[in-house]
Write a protein that binds this ligand. Structure first.
Ligand SMILES: [Zn+2]
Length: 459
């Protein structure tokens, strides 16, 4: 039997309402005991980790991210998963916003075969299944036959261990509310699985969009997750939006949301986000947009620059600084909102949230702004998402749970990724264990194959 003892740290485990200086004993990859004193165990331990001055808590769970692709060699390319590990994340939920890069059940099998940097659970993405059923035009209605094929394949994916169904209604405007409800019925019949949505529209239209999503909660008894609420209602709508969601919850609906801790989103200048009316929608002017690529790299746009780049270089990446800090703060102070990165990396490029979210939340929102206590922050990054995903052995350090945990320096932890260098690793994450094995030490990934598939009902 292999025994690891972690001593002297501040153990924060909101699932058990623990926040004390305690030691923890790990045996064969599981938590064996939480101890007030462990001096008598030091000699029998195979490894002793001194955690004086550090926080010891369940590994973070990212309930909203986007997976790495499968390469031509049939293996999952690891790019975002190691970035997740460096942030202290040990389990992720991928396949969000309706999109899968690969058959999600087969993806879980690949994760088990080869191992990944973090444990991976999957959502079955409605948009991907819709397309696979032959409804390739995202602006057109799916016909009855296509809906039946889609439902049958979604059911198979849920039976194979996908956690639930994600929707990206924003990206597939041809999806009618009826089609959405039909797809959601599959999650309901499979035992009340989680459904998540990038809802149909944002800003002033977010209220109707969330109401549409909530119809699944009214019709079926299943958990609902509103994805990246900050980029849906972070333009002056947050107070009213949280009131709307709390009212649903007050009437018995199981509904929550996730949020990434940034005031800017990132997209290409040719994206439909910048179609006519965008400045009215977000209440901003051209100078909210910063160019990340091309000859104006690092500059705020003028109308001339914006038009030129959109016409000549539509794929050039931009950062749009339009979310209101006050709205993001309101979201995080809500007990119904957890942390989720929405991380997405394509060929090493993307928004810095993929490599910065969790340390940034701890640095900016907990330590600097004091908006959320450290205990509540850990809850929003461990027990809360675990409960949403129905995980019983993760998100807690109770005896018998998987020894997935993170040790970090609460005074120093911070993100370093930027829009210019989105993959820069954070600082202050001292150690990450997955299944009782060291995956990360200091800034160094020492084992990027400890993660496995997490299937519904088995995690
Ligand atoms: Zn999304």
């Amino acid at each position: 039997m292999r025994r690891i003892l972690i001593r002297g740290g501040r153990l924060i485990d909101p699932a058990q309402k623990i926040d004390s200086k305690l030691d923890i004993l790990i045996e064969d990859g599981k938590v064996a005991a939480v101890l007030a004193s462990s001096a008598n165990l030091v000699r029998m331990a195979d490894e002793v980790i001194e955690a004086e001055g550090q926080v010891v808590c369940p590994g973070f769970i990212d309930i909203h991210m986007h997976e790495d692709p499968v390469g031509a060699d049939g293996r999952i390319e690891q790019c975002i998963f190691p970035a997740m590990l460096r942030m202290g994340v040990t389990t992720v939920l991928a396949g969000n916003c309706g999109e899968n890069l690969y058959d999600p059940a087969a993806y879980l099998d690949l994760a088990d075969r080869d191992g990944l940097a973090v444990n991976v659970a999957m959502m079955a993405g409605h948009s991907s299944f819709r397309k696979a059923a032959g409804a390739v035009n995202k602006y057109a209605k799916a016909d009855a036959k296509q809906v039946e094929v889609m439902k049958s394949n979604l059911q198979t994916a849920l039976e194979a261990g996908c956690m639930g169904i994600s929707f990206g209604l924003r990206y597939v405007p041809g999806t009618t509310t009826e089609e959405f409800l039909e797809a959601a019925s599959v999650a309901a019949r499979a035992g009340g699985r989680l459904i998540s949505a990038h809802v149909r529209d944002d800003a002033a239209n977010v209220f109707d969009s969330v109401a549409e999503f909530a119809r699944a909660g009214e019709r079926y008894d299943l958990p609902l997750q509103i994805s990246h609420i900050g980029s849906m209602g972070g333009f002056g709508q947050m107070e009213q939006l949280l009131r709307q969601i709390d009212a649903y919850r007050g009437n018995g609906m199981d509904i929550a949301a996730d949020c990434y801790p940034y005031y800017a989103f990132s997209t290409s200048i040719g994206a439909s986000t910048y179609d006519d009316g965008w400045m009215e929608r977000y209440g901003c002017t051209y100078d909210a947009v910063e160019m990340c690529e091309g000859k104006y790299k690092g500059q705020r746009c003028t109308e001339e620059m914006f038009r030129e780049m959109r016409r000549d270089h539509p794929s050039a990446l931009t950062v749009c600084r339009v979310m209101r800090a006050k709205d993001i703060h309101l979201a995080y102070r809500s007990p119904g909102v957890m942390v989720g990165s929405d991380g997405l990396i394509s060929k090493g490029q993307g928004h810095p949230r993929a490599a910065g979210t969790f340390p940034r939340f701890l640095a900016e929102f907990v330590r600097n702004e004091g908006l959320v206590s450290l205990y509540d922050a850990v809850y929003k990054m461990s027990a809360f998402p675990a409960q949403r995903m129905g995980l019983k052995k993760k998100g807690s350090l109770a005896a018998g749970c998987d020894a997935d945990l993170v040790i970090f320096d609460p005074e120093n932890v911070h993100d370093r990724s930027t829009f210019e260098e989105p993959m820069l690793p954070p600082a202050g994450i001292a150690r990450v264990l997955i299944g009782g094995e060291t995956a990360l030490m200091g800034q160094t990934v020492v084992n990027d194959r400890l993660g496995r598939a997490v299937r519904y009902g088995q995690g």
